[in-house]
Design a protein around this ligand. Structure first.
Ligand SMILES: [Zn+2]
Ligand SMILES: [Zn+2]
Length: 817
């Protein structure tokens, strides 16, 4: 097989084999020493010419290594098997027989434990003809990699990397109950399975004629009988029965194990009846028409679809995608992380049938690879997924839709630090396709592009069926404190409104964007707070779980009885998180059925859906939660939304704080009054005069946008300049200080290059996950100049021996923390 540009090859890299992408084929003599390719994995490209171009653009724009970009673009790691094997050498045999492994002949000083470990390895390998896999060897002998490496150095054993391609098709093992007639039918798997009529043949009776089955064996036979005589071996192994039971049944000829190609079935998910209404109002019809018109031209077109909450954007997306499908072309719909629940997937399947591929984060690597191949083969031309679905290998791409384009889950917070929305725009340009960015609260960057006619701006100003936007009442919590004389979590007004709704059997949502019980544990004697061991962050008290937890690195500690600094017993837990809010509400409304949605109650997408379903079915009266409750759910019974402490973010040193607060408030307010009864929002705040709060209360996106743009303009922040965050990190403070000093001096010399450099300064979170962090913020009206400067900075850092992994360049950073 000869290699192809855009195809994968297996190459030697130091002592290993790695898979890589062919970027060029040529016959010029290279100036460096080269090695041979081990094998060619793909005869035809896995990345077509367009995706290769897109990958190179990302590498260049975000200053990311091209290999990392390609790896992100290809979800095919499941097809590559990492394997290292060992075999014993003649010297190893000698060492074993002469007692070298346990005796004193080895030169290096070894502890008895090490000698024993080496002996176990040699003893295990000596009787085996074939090389042994590292995993088997290590689990059989319980030795560390270090011991194996030591033995390789002594030439007692040989290591070989035999990594390579795995069979593309995934197989599952299926246990089949055999038709047990007098002459012991060895029914071939395929026919045998279907012809088993367990009930009539009395399969369970048959074994009795031979030897009696024990309880475990009977349990397996019963399980198989009840599932038409067949079941996945994995499912059987999950039963509370020893694994040997199944093999005993196989030996006795009662069960046969066969292998079948596994397939991912979207249709296995449950579907709701008629999920989407396609009866459009006039603005929806116009929006659809404009998207369709843009696609006809087969040229790049950018559209910003700004629709208030509840205006029916999703229906417009799906109708546009149906047009694409009818034309035999392809479309990609990107949704935020939280938006892609199993129910949404089932709904989409109902609209598009098997033409849809759904890529969400709950897929295993293998399922992801299968979906990728379905798309590549052209079997699925409608692709719906989170961030990385933007790299789906569709052909003849007509339309990309980015739903909730302002959502921060589109930005990858590790290398390559791309923003899927911006990549979507670039991909659409390269494919001469149409890109639609949709939102109730567009990012300032996108709205500015809309205003400047870089994108066509389509507005959906009304809710469907003329439902009104909810009335918003602001509660000044400073006044509440003065009037009641104590710190309140739930104001008197909000309590009263909740009570009214509960009496009328209406539903209530309360947002508090902070999980846990109390966010701070403070010593009243010495004034110190209990901090994470790895981060400069206060630990949050989780009452039910009885622990202190860091929400940044996951570190946990026991709940302190005494101050760790001074030993005082006066440790107070201060502030309120969603767990405490739930407890408070249970106390205030003891008969209400109360649920909570946050990362502590939601372990998987199923939990999330279960709670939302309970709300929809009116099994809950009151739902408390973090921003998880704010996004996109269409629950008709909610008539009151209470907002508690949503302005915490306004105190953060981040220029996007106002934008984020405005977006969150607008989103959560949008949950109220989506049914027949109009909704109301009670917004508690310590910043009642802040413009983000004021404009959100008035549903005035334009007002907020104008004001915020003026601020961005004065401060030279996006969209008025390109911005990058350069973070220097190390677990040693002196190293960080030295490196950031070196880079700071270098940046100073480049002041005339049209890029403003702020810093070095301690990052707002000075220590995170054991690393100390200093940073620079770079701003420039010229993206090209910014990019050039960053590139030469990285080159300079390399000459100063600052490790590449310790300097993080984040172009278009969303967070400066
Ligand atoms: Zn203390
Ligand atoms: Zn931490």
């Amino acid at each position: 097989m000869s290699p192809a540009v855009g195809g994968r090859v297996l190459v030697p890299f130091r002592q290993q084999r790695l898979s890589g992408i062919v970027v060029d084929l040529h016959d010029r003599k290279p100036s460096v020493v080269t090695k041979n390719v081990v094998s060619v994995l793909d005869a035809s490209p896995v990345l077509d010419e367009q995706l290769m171009r897109l990958g190179k653009w990302i590498a260049d724009y975000y200053l990311a290594p091209l290999g990392e970009v390609f790896r992100t673009m290809l979800p095919l790691s499941a097809e590559f098997r990492r394997a290292i094997t060992y075999r014993i050498t003649d010297q190893g045999q000698l060492a074993l027989h002469l007692g070298g492994a346990t005796g004193s002949s080895a030169r290096a000083r070894r502890t008895p434990d090490e000698q024993l470990a080496e002996f176990r390895v040699l003893d295990y390998l000596v009787n085996r003809e074939d090389p042994v896999r590292e995993n088997s060897l290590r689990s059989a002998t319980r030795v560390s990699r270090a011991v194996l490496s030591g033995m390789v150095r002594k030439k007692w054993i040989e290591r070989e990397d035999v990594s390579g391609a795995r069979d593309a098709a995934r197989v599952v093992k299926v246990a089949v109950l055999l038709c047990a007639s007098e002459h012991e039918t060895q029914a071939s798997a395929g026919e045998g399975t279907r012809s088993v009529d367990s009930q009539n043949n009395g399969v369970t009776g048959v074994p009795a004629r031979r030897a009696k089955l024990n309880a475990n064996q009977q349990a397996l036979v019963d399980m198989l009988t009840s599932s038409d005589g067949r079941a996945d071996v994995d499912d059987l192994n999950a039963l509370d029965v020893p694994r040997s039971t199944l093999s005993t049944l196989v030996k006795r000829g009662l069960v046969q194990i066969i292998e079948e190609a596994a397939e991912f079935h979207v249709s296995r998910m449950k579907a709701r009846p008629s999920p989407f209404g396609f009866e459009f109002n006039a603005p929806q019809k116009q929006a659809l028409q404009r998207i369709q018109d843009a696609m006809v031209t087969r040229k790049f077109g950018g559209i910003l679809l700004h629709g208030v909450t509840g205006s029916g954007k999703t229906a417009v997306y799906l109708a546009a995608m149906r047009t694409v499908l009818e034309q035999g072309r392809s479309a990609i719909l990107l949704v935020p992380e939280i938006g892609l629940t199993p129910t949404v997937a089932a709904d989409l399947h109902q609209v598009f049938g098997d033409e849809v591929a759904i890529l969400h984060s709950a897929l295993t690597n293998q399922e992801r690879a299968e979906q990728w191949h379905r798309i590549k083969r052209g079997e699925a031309r409608m692709v719906v997924g989170t961030r990385s679905a933007i790299f789906a290998p569709v052909s003849d791409l007509a339309l990309i839709i980015v739903d909730e384009e302002q959502d921060s889950s589109y930005k990858q917070e590790e290398t390559p630090r791309y923003h899927a929305r911006d990549v979507a725009v670039m991909r659409a340009k390269m494919a001469d396709a149409v890109v639609v960015l949709g939102s109730a609260t567009p990012s300032l960057e996108s709205y500015d592009n809309g205003k400047k006619n870089k994108y066509a701006l389509i507005e959906l100003p009304d809710r469907v069926e003329q439902r009104p936007l909810p009335e918003v009442e602001l509660i000044d919590m400073k006044l509440e404190f003065q009037e009641t004389g104590q710190e309140q979590v739930i104001s008197r007004k909000l309590a009263e409104e909740i009570r009214e709704r509960l009496e009328r059997n209406e539903q209530v949502m309360i947002l508090l964007n902070r999980r846990g019980y109390s966010p701070v544990a403070l010593c009243r004697t010495c004034g110190k707070t209990l901090e994470c061991q790895n981060c400069a962050i206060a630990l949050t008290h989780h009452k039910r779980a009885r622990k202190m937890e860091c929400h940044y690195c996951g570190y946990t500690a026991s709940v302190p009885e005494k101050c760790g600094h001074c030993g005082s017993e006066f440790v107070y837990f201060i502030g309120t998180g969603s767990e405490k809010l739930e407890e408070l509400l249970r106390g205030m409304f003891p008969t209400a059925r109360i649920g909570r949605l946050d990362r502590d109650t939601v372990r998987g997408k199923e939990d999330f859906e279960r709670t939302l379903a309970a709300l929809n079915e009116r099994e809950l009266d009151l739902l408390v939660g973090t921003q998880m409750i704010a996004k996109g759910h269409d629950v008709h019974g909610v008539t009151l939304v209470g907002v508690v402490g949503a302005d915490i973010a306004l105190g953060l040193p981040d220029f996007r704080a106002a934008e984020r607060t405005f977006q969150l408030l607008t989103q959560v307010a949008g949950r109220a009054g989506r049914g027949q009864t109009p909704g109301k929002v009670v917004l508690q705040t310590y910043f009642p005069d802040h413009y983000a709060v004021q404009y959100a209360a008035r549903h005035d996106f334009l007002g907020f946008y104008e004001k915020e743009l003026r601020f961005r303009s004065w401060m030279h922040y996006p969209p008025y300049s390109a911005l990058a965050n350069v973070l220097v990190r190390s677990d040693r403070l002196n190293e960080v200080l030295r490196w950031s000093g070196v880079l700071g001096k270098w940046f100073e010399k480049t002041r005339h290059e049209g890029v403003r450099v702020l810093g070095p300064a301690a990052a707002p979170i000075l220590r995170l996950k054991r690393d100390y962090r200093y940073h620079f913020v770079l701003k420039s009206p010229s993206r090209e100049k910014l990019n050039t400067l960053l590139r030469s900075m990285l080159t300079y850092a390399a000459t100063q021996k600052i490790p590449r992994t310790q300097v993080i360049v984040d172009v278009d950073a969303l967070w400066l923390m």
